[in-house]
Design a protein around this ligand. Sequence first.
Ligand code: MEV
Length: 365
Amino acid sequence: MVQASAPGKCILFGEHAVVYGQPAVAVAIDQRMSINFEISENWRIDGMKFQNRKHPHVTALRTRLWEGGPPLSIKITGNIPPASGLGSSASLSVAAAAALRCARGRQIIDDDWAEGWTASRPNDVYNSAGIASKGDFIEHGASAVDEDECAILAHAVEAFAQNGKASPLDSSTCSHGGCIVLSDKVETHLNWLYSRNLNGVTWEVHSVKLPKEIEEAYLVIGNTGVHAPTSVQVEKIAKLLKEQPNRINEIETIGLISKRGINGLIEGDLEAVGRAMSENHLILRNLGLSCPELETLISAAAPSSLGVKLTGAGGGGCMVALTRDPKTTSEAIELAGGRTLISSIAASGLLVDNDSDCPLWNPLN
Ligand code: MEV
């Protein structure tokens, strides 16, 4: 059996604007998706026959990492509500990519990790079993897994599901964990990880180490229960910008607010972070991305919060409040009809939880 898990994400600043290259910030949350694979007689998922069209993310990763491999029985568990803007699909894709990579190992040629991925080593955290030296062999288990690779695979899968319009924000945050900043240029005061390109947009992906002060606050996430697919919301903005090109000003203003938010985070200034979140929400609302259910939860949370906004694609899904008093904020949201999750800010990223039977398949045999 092989098992991996990855956190969900919560966007603090810059959703939608990030699709157009503006800076954005997301943090990993305590809630996670977990996936495990076992060799089986035929392809199964949660005890049922596996149907490609019902599981596009796993199907896409299967094609990429398991072509020619033996059938697997897949189990998915987790506490991230689906289609709510908390990165459940990116989290699942990252965990599935890690578990499949772990299950098949990696061919290493000379000093490079082969098979389509030759990441520079500093981002590799799964090297506790030792980094491969020269030679041509399979590195088994968790030490064959790389956060960059899982993030890039998950991004490809997300982009496919969102008609080619997807930033790497969700996939990078769910893979690396912590706090991730995307920008259109390398930000020298942040820890630059890598560049990503898609459909003519380039994102520079950074991680940010948050100061101690940030630990004084929590995120309270309120779920409206209203289902709003990301692809539909992303299309809505694309259409708006096509019809009214001057609305790009609002997208750029979100970028400016994100920058202020990033500075607040780095300085540990929770009040500044909260203010920027609430301002960000006003613009998202103006762009038509809120809904009455989100507004009700946001009004309920505001009195006990430092800042409050919708998070993710909007149109339903979730709002997030930054608060020093998570109990009061959570109760207020629940009283207003929302279901809440409480999370610390910047939880851990991808983890291989079990690689005891690895490899499940050796593609070189
Ligand atoms: C969805 O979680 C975030 C969006 O900005 C889309 C994306 O970044 O791909 C709405």
